[in-house]
Design a binder for this molecule. Structure first.
Ligand SMILES: CC(C)(COP(=O)(O)OP(=O)(O)OC[C@H]1O[C@@H](n2cnc3c(N)ncnc32)[C@H](O)[C@@H]1OP(=O)(O)O)[C@@H](O)C(=O)NCCC(=O)NCCS
Length: 145
């Protein structure tokens, strides 16, 4: 599989919205992705596998901290290290922008995602009770410093 990690561009919004809708109960809409393209403080990366949009990861950057607010990989491309590669590229590009700490929230039941984040150096620093809807669930707050 030929994998390319690059910045989000307008042509990715259609395929990414489909991937989102399949992965989340409250998916980002096309306009949510479109808004990211307009702001310099948003850094969003897309994984292209054999020329096909396979997933994305991104963050908003503020005062040296990166808040990762989306990580998703299309079902048929999972388990091939794409999420890990997206995150590592995000950290490399973040470092160039002076980011020295990263945070994110994740459903307490999302063991796959928590496993990846822990592998990338994130530690759990708290819980946001009932943070998620559909279904209601607590969020684990994780930081990588
Ligand atoms: C979580 C998600 C992004 C992982 O993407 P992926 O490309 O399949 O992940 P990777 O292949 O990079 O996996 C990295 C590690 O996680 C492990 N992993 C991946 N999926 C797993 C699963 N379902 N259960 C347990 N471990 C899993 C892999 O084994 C690998 O670990 P290792 O390197 O120690 O062997 C993907 O499953 C997804 O899009 N899920 C739905 C959306 C979501 O939950 N996003 C996160 C919101 S916070």
């Amino acid at each position: 599989m030929e994998l390319c990690i690059r910045k989000l561009c307008p042509e990715d919004i259609g395929p990414l919205s489909v991937i989102e809708a399949q992965a989340f109960s409250m998916p980002w809409q096309p306009e949510d992705f479109a808004a990211l393209l307009e702001h310099d403080y948003c850094l969003y990366l897309v994984a292209e596998a054999d020329g096909e949009v396979a997933g994305c990861a991104g963050m908003t950057v503020s005062f040296g901290e990166g808040t990762i607010d989306n990580v998703v990989v299309a079902e048929r491309f999972r388990g091939r290290g794409i999420a890990r590669k997206l995150l590592r590229e995000l950290f490399e590009r973040g470092a160039r922008r002076g980011v020295n700490a990263y945070t994110l929230e994740v459903r307490v039941s999302n063991h796959a995602a928590i496993h990846i984040y822990e592998g990338e150096g994130f530690v759990s620093e708290g819980v946001r009770p009932r943070f998620y809807e559909k279904p209601v669930e607590d969020a684990l707050i994780m930081w990588k410093r």
